[in-house]
Design a protein around this ligand. Structure first.
Ligand SMILES: [Zn+2]
Length: 180
């Protein structure tokens, strides 16, 4: 059997996604809910059901096996799940559907961002200076400067450009050194 398209996989999972409060017209990773930007969002409510389904083919998500091929998992929509690259790399590969879905439902991109921020605070030895860091984050003028001197990086997971958290935290560390 040929690998189903992303639209076919979406069509199979539509009701499940709806129950989990995913927005059909604003594609995101089905595990961490990372959104892929307005480029892939549909104008609502003008879009037809057919357009909504077809739109998923263009989203930079990967078709991931729930039960891997090595354990007899098939290339059927019921055994495939659309996720971003980083979730695909982290997902469980077992003989159990349940382990996979339990894991998927616990993923959270916003929490990952917070964890990344905390990690970079440790990198730049700012973990015990949260109050000072917050003061800088609240300083609009300073943050404008920090953002404008942060380069844009092509994110390999999302496919869009963004400023890395390490650029921001690194510059906050420099600023605090200047102030000390
Ligand atoms: Zn994800």
């Amino acid at each position: 059997m040929a690998m189903p398209t992303k639209a076919q996989i979406f069509e199979y999972w539509m009701d499940w996604l709806d129950k989990k409060e995913f927005d059909w017209g604003e594609p995101c990773c089905w595990a961490c809910k990372r959104h892929f930007g307005a480029k892939f969002d549909l104008e609502k409510p003008q879009s037809t059901r057919e357009e909504i389904i077809k739109n998923w083919n263009s989203v930079p998500l990967q078709r991931c096996h729930i039960i891997p091929r090595q354990f007899g998992g098939e290339d059927t929509p019921s055994n495939l799940f659309l996720m971003c690259k980083s979730c695909h790399d982290k997902a469980p590969n077992t003989k159990s559907h349940e382990i996979f879905l339990n894991w998927a439902e616990k993923q959270n991109f916003t929490l990952d961002l917070k964890e990344n921020f905390m990690r970079e605070l440790r990198t730049f030895e700012l973990s015990d200076r949260i109050d000072d860091v917050n003061k800088i984050l609240e300083n609009k003028e300073l943050m404008k400067q920090i953002y404008s001197s942060s380069g844009l990086h092509m994110n390999q997971v999302r496919g869009g450009v963004e400023i890395t958290i390490s650029s921001i935290v690194g510059q906050i560390a420099e600023e605090l050194k200047r102030q000390d």
